[in-house]
Write a protein of this length. Structure first.
Ligand SMILES: [Zn+2]
Lengths: 355, 281
């Protein structure tokens, strides 16, 4: 995976990683055939670091790796919210299709909303996670330039939300649980999107998802931007990967409005104020769990990130599959019904009936 | 340090009251540019007597216009906003709230209660543009939700008049969740056979549009109201081209198939009554 892209705050680790790469190159040559990690292997959590045939790497390499891990641990321990947003947007961060590739056996993609088109920014299809047959729904941002443009960088159109709902109704019909991956800066703001009813499409998803008689679990895997994120996340359980963000608006959008300008400093302030990190969302009761990422973020070890994600999904679905559909709907309603924070003065002494 | 200071200097707060009509006996209509007599405009349901331009109105005035005189029973008035996030931008949220509360005499940006529309009992809920641009925080979301639940319990028709800049950023994720809460409550009202008339007024955008406002069984819009998911400025920045004339206005939504009717303010009351009769509620 390309390492050209660097996060500013990761600068201290870059030089160490370069030295490691160099040392590994010297190390790998004699036993190249044995040491190649299996691509797409879910269970391969070790990520190919341990030597494949028992011989241990030279001491300087071990020391370098230990040093790198130490620096990474330090850097990622108290990541600022704005840096966390940067990790969530890292170009090498695994996306919905990456997780589908790693998690699902026999993925059967389903296309189109039967009304207008097939939005590539929303991926839907049947698949097995572990041994559980389910419907998978997720935003797709796109990896290369062409895919990014086609996906509008993960900003879905109304037809994307309508496709998602149509397939979720199929899942309900066949009693399949629904797994959604949230990864969007927000729903697409454009002429066609408005004309075709972006707001209506999202609103209908919110209403209909609340009634689906099948388990729904969601994971914010990168960006959870506003209504575009919530539009596939009215679920029984919602989790966030540790370095993803979820809020009502992006830091830049918030800074532009409330600070009247978006720059490094105001974006930072807005990211703090919005309480958008996984920890904040857990504290606010907006999500139920945080899924840990491998050291240094999911972009450093997608296989390990997928393994963590898979474990959470399987755990939750295993539990939820035992629950009666009426109870599932009731619990999902209750989950969102209690959201909000307000004061309520108990003694209402206001006269009633006056104009 | 100096960077922070200069940034603050750079961002002198603009007047917040652009949307309210300047005081004075006479004012210039922004649509036809005629000088009009304020009293006459107000007596005309806050519409221009010359061209019919709909001026923006607050929730108290809206309730007065829609319900039979003296029939309004305000509900959920014990709810007041908190600052769950400790939010501060250029100004702390509690200070902002206090200022808005002083300005409007209201706890938050919504009025709800039972009343009669030409003799027909109904549950009415009106967002208030004069309070933080009608933004939806926890109090607005909770009030809308309780209104829906009350209408469901009593089998009342429900009218929600929307005007909002969207979700309230100062409550961030919690305000986002109000979208799901209100929409889920509407699913239950729908299942119970309720009639939900959503009235869209200038402007209705963002999280309010993308939740209960677009979920009406019947959706009516006041003429020339700005209605959309994204604001025009955001769209312009995204697509980098001029927006077509009338884009995101009520009439555009009507021709795009997104609203049922465009209704003038003077006809709104009788339209609501007629719809309630047709639904047999
Ligand atoms: Zn006029």
């Amino acid at each position: 995976m390309s390492t050209f892209y660097q996060l500013e705050f990761e600068r201290p680790v870059v030089e160490i990683e370069r030295q490691i790469t160099e040392a590994e190159r010297g190390e790998a040559a004699p036993k190249a055939a044995a040491g190649v990690p299996a691509l797409g292997g879910v269970a391969d959590g070790a990520g190919g670091e341990a030597s494949a045939n028992g011989s241990s790497p030279p001491a300087d390499l071990v020391a370098l790796r230990a040093r790198r891990d130490e620096v990474l641990r330090e850097l990622y321990r108290d990541l600022s919210p704005w840096d966390s947003v940067r990790v969530a947007r890292h170009p090498n961060r695994p996306q919905t299709r990456d997780y589908i590739d790693r998690l699902c056996r026999d993925f059967c993609e389903l296309h189109g909303d039967r009304r207008y088109g097939d939005d590539p920014a929303m991926v839907t299809g049947f698949g097995r996670i572990g041994s559980i047959k389910c419907l998978i729904v997720g935003h797709q941002k796109g990896r290369d330039t062409q895919e990014k443009l086609a996906c509008h960088f993960g900003c879905a159109h109304p037809e994307g939300y309508r496709k998602a709902l149509a397939k979720m109704k199929l899942a309900e019909k066949y009693g399949l649980p629904i797994v959604t991956f949230v990864d969007t800066p927000g729903a697409y703001p454009g002429l066609g999107a408005e004309q075709r009813g972006q707001a209506e499409a999202i609103a209908v998803n919110l209403r209909e998802m609340s009634t689906l008689r099948t388990p729904i679990v969601s994971v914010v895997i990168g960006e959870g931007g506003s209504g575009g994120a919530l539009g596939i996340a009215v679920s029984n359980r919602v989790a966030m990967l540790r370095h993803s963000w979820y809020s009502v608006i992006s830091p830049e959008g918030c800074a532009a409005i409330l600070w009247k300008q978006a720059n490094e400093q105001t974006n930072n302030a807005a990211a703090n104020a919005l309480k958008l990190t996984s920890r904040d969302n857990l504290e606010l009761g907006i999500i139920d769990s945080i899924i840990d990422e491998p050291l240094g973020g999911a972009h450093r070890d997608p296989a390990a990130a997928a393994t963590q994600l898979e474990r959470w999904v399987i755990d939750e679905l295993t539990r939820l599959r035992e629950v009666n559909p009426d109870v599932l709907v009731e619990e999902r309603y209750a989950r969102f019904r209690r959201m909000g924070s307000y004061a309520e003065q108990m003694a209402d002494t206001e006269p009633i009936g006056s104009d | 340090m100096s960077q922070a200071a200069s940034a603050r200097k750079w961002t002198v707060e603009k007047s917040e009251r652009r949307n309210t009509i300047p005081e004075g006996l006479w004012l210039r209509c922004p649509s036809c540019a005629q000088m009009i007599y304020r009293r006459q405009m107000e007596a005309n349901l806050h519409c221009c007597p010359e061209c019919g331009h709909h001026f923006r109105i607050g929730a108290v005035e809206r309730v007065r216009q829609l319900l039979d005189t003296g029939s309004f029973s305000p509900m959920f008035t014990t709810l007041s906003p908190r600052d769950p996030l400790g939010f501060a931008d250029l100004r702390a949220y509690p200070d902002r709230l206090a200022a808005e509360q002083r300005k409007t005499g209201q706890q938050d940006g919504v009025q709800a209660g039972e009343g009669f529309i030409k003799g027909r009992p109904a549950m009415l809920c009106c967002l208030d543009l004069t309070f933080m641009m009608g933004s939806m925080g926890s109090v607005v979301g909770e009030t809308v939700t309780r209104s829906i639940e009350h209408a469901t319990r009593l089998g009342l028709p429900l009218v929600v008049v929307s005007c909002s800049g969207g979700a309230r950023m100062q409550e961030a994720g919690l305000s986002l969740m109000q979208m799901a809460k209100t929409s889920a409550a509407l699913a239950r009202y729908d299942k119970a056979g309720g009639l939900f008339i959503s009235v869209l007024t200038d402007p209705t955008t963002g999280g309010v549009t993308a939740s209960f406002a677009m979920l009406g069984d019947v959706i009516v819009a006041e003429p020339n109201a700005l209605i959309g998911f994204a604001g025009p400025r955001v769209i312009q920045q995204t697509i980098r081209q001029e927006l077509p004339e009338g884009f995101q206005r009520s009439e555009f939504l009507l021709s795009s198939g997104l609203v049922d009717r465009v209704v003038s303010r003077k006809d709104l009351r009788s339209e609501l009554a007629r719809l309630i009769d047709y639904a047999g509620m």
